[in-house]
Design a protein around this ligand. Sequence first.
Ligand code: PLP
Length: 404
Amino acid sequence: MHRHSYTATRIPGSRLLHSPGPTPLPEAVQDALRRQPMDLGDPRVDANIAVCEEGIRRLLQADSAEVFFYAANGHGAWEAVVENLLPPGGAVLIPGTGHFSESWAVQTEALGRRVVRTPWVEGLPIDPQAVTDALRADPRHDIVAVFVVHTDTSSGVTSDLAALRAAIDAADHPALFVVDMVASLAVTPMAMPALRANVVMGASQKGLMVPPGLGIVAADEAALAVAGRNPGPRFYWDWRLRKSDLSYRKFCGTAPQNLMFGLEAALGLIFQEGLEQVYARHRLLAGAVRAAVSGWASAGALGFFAKLPQCRSDSVTTITVPPGTDVDALRQVARERFQVSMAGALGPLTGRGFRIGHMGDQNPALILGALAGVQAALQVQGIAHGAQGVQRAIEFLASEPLAA
Ligand SMILES: *Cc1c(COP(=O)(O)O)cnc(C)c1O
C-alpha cells in the first residue's frame, strides 16, 4: 500500500501552504514548539499563560474579557460555548453561512439543544433582517444567544458584524452575541466591547499561525453571568472551574505547554509588526488573490463563490469551477507538481470549487508563488482560465504599497 507519509520525502525549497488552516508556522513559533516542557509548578508556565491571555484580550480590544484556552480544536471551542451558555434543551439562533454554521448547528443539536436557523443563501453574507425577524418571532426570549460565524471558511464569505449587532438590537432581544472568529482572528479587526460581542471564539491554526490543537474562548461579564445561571452538567469545558489562578485548573489538567509557547511567540510577532499593519497586510494580499481570480475568471469558467465584493474574505478565497471539474485532481497537481497546497470546498460546496488561503504568515512573494502554482495547475488540467491572472496580481501589488 502506498501512502504519502509526511516524513516520506524532502521537498526542495519548501511547499507553500495555502490551506485556510492550518497555516504556515513562522520560525519563532517553530522554535517555541521544540522547547522542553516544564514542570507544572514552574512559574514560567503561569507567566506564559498570562501573556497569552493578555495577548488575546489585546487582539479583541477587550481589557476585561475572561480568556479560556482549551487543549482542543475549533470544534472543542464550539462545544465549550454550547455547554457553558445553553441549558439542556435551551435554544440558540444560528444564521446560515454555509458549512461552518451548519456544522456548529448540528453539533449543538447533538448536545441536546434546540437550534433556530436562518436560511443560507449561497454566496451571500448573513441577512441582518432575517436575524431581527427570527428574534422577533421569539417573544418569550427562549433564544439564549445568536451564534454567528464571521468568516465561513468554506464559502469565503465574511458577514458584517456591526450590522448583525444592530439587527439584534433592532429586535430588542436579550440574546447574547457570540462570534466565531476562528478564521478571522488576527486577520481582520475586532473590538469586542465596541461591538458588544459577548463571546468570541477562535482556534490556533489559522490567522494565529500556531499548529492545530488550541481552542480559544473570550467571554464578557454578561456571558459569564448567563453561564453561571446555566444548570447544565459540564466539567472539562466549565468556565466556573477554569476561572482560577492555578494553571492546572485553568486547563482542567496539564496545559498544552508547547502550543501555548507557540502562541506566545506568534502573538509577539503580531504585536511587533503592529495590529494595524497585520490587518493592512492581509487586505493587500487578499486583494492580490482577488485580482488574480478576476483575471482567471475572464475566460468564463472560474468565478468567485462570494457574490458581493464587500463580503469577500481577507482570509480565504473560494473559487468556483464548472460542473464536472475534478477539483481533487487539480489540487493534487498543484500540491505534488507545483508545491502549492490549497483546499477543496466543504459541505454543500464539495466538488464545486477550490480555496486559496491567504492568512497568517504570508507575504507578496508567497502569494505570487501560490497564484503562479495554481495557474500552472489550471493549465495542466486544461481548465479554462484567463492567462493574465498572475499578471493582474502583480499589477495590483505594484500599485498598492503596503502601508508602513
Ligand atoms: C476551521 C474552522 C472551524 C473549526 O475548527 P477546527 O479546528 O477544524 O475544529 C470553525 N469555524 C471556522 C470559521 C473555521 O474556519
